[in-house]
Each structure stands twice: as C-alpha cells, then as structure tokens.
Design a protein around this ligand. Sequence first.
Ligand code: NZQ
Ligand code: ZN
Length: 392
Amino acid sequence: MQNFVYYAPTKVVFGRDAEKKTGALIREQGCKKAMVVYGGGSVKRSGLLDRVLASLDESGVSHIELGGVVPNPRLSKVREGIGLVRREKADFLLSVGGGSVIDTAKAIGYGVPYEGDVWDFYTGKATAQASLPMGCVLTIAAAGSEMSNSSVITNEDGGLKRGCKNDLSRQRFAVLNPELTYSLPPYQTANGAVDIMMHTMERYFTTEKDLLLTDALAEGLMRTVMECAHTLRGDPENYAARANMMWASSLSHNGLMGCGTVEDWASHQIEHELSGMFDCSHGAGLAAIWASWARYVMDADCARFARFAVNVMGVPRGADDRATAERGIAAAEDFYRSIEMPTNIRELGYELSGEQINELAEKCTYYGTRTIGSFKKLGREDIVKIYEMARG
Ligand code: NZQ
Ligand code: ZN
C-alpha cells in the first residue's frame, strides 16, 4: 500500500429538498454575490433554477447568471464568465448542473484572479495560486466534479480537451438531491453509470498489493452502480437507486477509491481525445474504448483482472486467471450493452480513419512528450493499437 494524502473538504448536503439550503450555504462562506452557472436549459425547464434563486433571495445573496454551458465545456464560455465576474464583482460561483457546468465554474474561479490566460492552467504552463470560492447543486450523477479537484475544458481552437487538477477547485459545498436526477434522459443516466464505474476502475486497476479495504470499497461501489443502473432502466424515479448512484458519483472521484493505489487514467486520456475530436459524451466514449484497453494491458497482471471478473462482474473463478480475466472483460461489455452503451467506436457512431487514429494518438501523448497509464505504461504505438482495436 502506497503512502497517501486523503483530502475531501467538501461539505455534502444530501437528500430531498436540499437545494432550499443553497442560499444559507453561500452565506456560511461569508459571500454576498453569486454568479450562478448553468447549462443548456434543463434547470430552467425543471424549475430548479427558480427554486435555487429563491433560496439565494431569502438569504440575501444577490446574483447574476451565466447560462449556456455545453457538454464538453468550452474555453470561450470560461472567458465570458471571467469577464462577467470581474465586471459585476461577484464573490462566489454557484454551479447548478453537471460536470460540464461545475468544470466551467472551476476554470472561471482560477481565471478571475489571474492576469494571464486561463488556458495556461490546462496546458501546464502555470499553476493556479488562487480561486474564487464555489459550490454546486448537482443535477446528474456522473463526472464526480462535485467532490473532485479536477476540471476538464475544451479549447475550440484545435479541439484540445485538457484537464487541470488543483485543490483550490474543491467545492465548498455540494447539494445532492437525488430527485433532481429523475428528469435525466436514459442515455445520460447510462453515461453517468459508466463514468462513475470508470473513476473507480482507473484506481482499481493497479499493480499495488495489500489494498484490502480500498479494494473492498471499490468492488462494492462498482457492484452498486451496476445494480442501480439496471433498476433505473425500468424505474427512473426510483429514489433509492438515484440516491445510491449520486453518492457513488461523489465517492468514486473524491479520492477515497484511490487511497493507497497507484492510479492509471489511461482510459480517460484515450477517451478525452475522442470527445475532443468528436464532441461525444464522455461516458459513452469510455465504454467504447475500455474493453480494448483492458485486453491490451491485461497481461501486466491477469490476476487483477480475474479478481475484477469474480468480485465485480460475478464471473465464476476458473482454473486459469487469464481465461477468467477475459470472461470478466466480456461481462463488462455485456453490462455496457445492457444499458445501451457502445462497446467500440463504430457503435459510438464514428468510423475512424488511420489518419484520425494517428492524430488522436499524437494529441494523447501531448505530441510525443508523455506516456500514459501505470498498470501498463503506454506510448504512442500502444495508443494507436488500442484505438485500432476499439475501432469496431
Ligand atoms: O445542459 P443541460 O440542459 O443542463 O443538459 C445536460 C447535458 O445535456 C443534461 N442534464 C444534466 N442534468 C440533467 C440533464 N438533463 C435533464 N435533467 C437533469 N437533471 O445532461 C447533459 C450532460 O451534462 P454534463 O454536465 O455534460 O454531464 P457530466 O456530469 O457527465 O459531465 C461531463 C463532463 O465532465 C468531464 C467530462 O469530460 C465532460 O466534459 N469530466 C469531469 C471530471 C471532473 N471534473 O472531475 C472527471 C470526469 O472524468 C470527466 O472527464
Ligand atoms: Zn470520467
């Protein structure tokens, strides 16, 4: 087990009607003027935005709005938000939405006190030293941004999707009302299930040993997400399933599942290039490449994949770890199919050309300057092979 630091400072306010406390939560932070960030309109249609604004009014928190954040959120919207906060002198950022909205607010938070270009934080040219305080009202269980220290922004100039990790972006509070996710289309619920699972899988597939507790937590979380995803197919307003899925979203990506492990993240890096190029949903993109990644790297530690097969996918243990591992990967693909997620890039809706594969691999290695993954280190040629296997 590796040494680790576990830091999860976000105050979680969980349950029915939790959004009514939003104004008081902002006041608790000593803030008086919030910029409320939201997406393409779901929070207006559902009436959530009005309820949240009413809560702010009740607590004497004034507000301005920045709507129109799109999935795979764009740098131009971040810049617009930075300008607005500076002009209006807001002192708090409140996200009402999912990962795309929260990530936009995180980037705005870094950008406001910074004199240079906020994109510097996403290229690694600079490290943010300050941020505006922020909190969120979550509407989709998926990205885990509500408790993570990361944000992912797409620069329209070149379709570059890049992440930035910094504890300054931790939300001061996360309002988690599972009922707010009842209105999700089945496709978004399924995307979320895949992403939540993957945030744990990226930490679980490690060559580290003796992770008795972390492994047990991870396996329980993954089984729970699969069960809830199946329940929600036929019963989207099942409170217990929505609630467990939402809590899994936060716990999967707040660091708990990585305590003591060496994390991998190759599948995420490979997927981010896909959603950077095609603007596909992140969860579906992960489903489309995961099994190819798994088959490519499994020989680095077949026993680990066999454990996943038995303890997560419910596959009977065979005499041979490799065969058990292979059955576990196939079972994960069956799970994706059962919630109508793709298992390759063709099913995701794209026919990849050789030229596109080369471009994706180039970008994924930051133009030859890095390898990805730790379960098995992957260079450009490995990444090309995984895209080829995932082509379908
Ligand atoms: O824009 P609106 O109209 O609100 O619609 C959204 C959007 O179209 C809709 N939606 C959200 N809540 C809803 C709803 N529709 C009906 N009812 C509701 N209650 O769902 C769509 C997707 O929203 P988005 O915020 O994009 O989803 P998600 O939370 O999956 O976020 C995805 C983004 O997060 C990044 C991804 O790469 C992607 O850009 N990630 C962020 C991470 C982080 N910050 O820690 C980690 C992840 O690995 C991930 O990379
Ligand atoms: Zn993810």
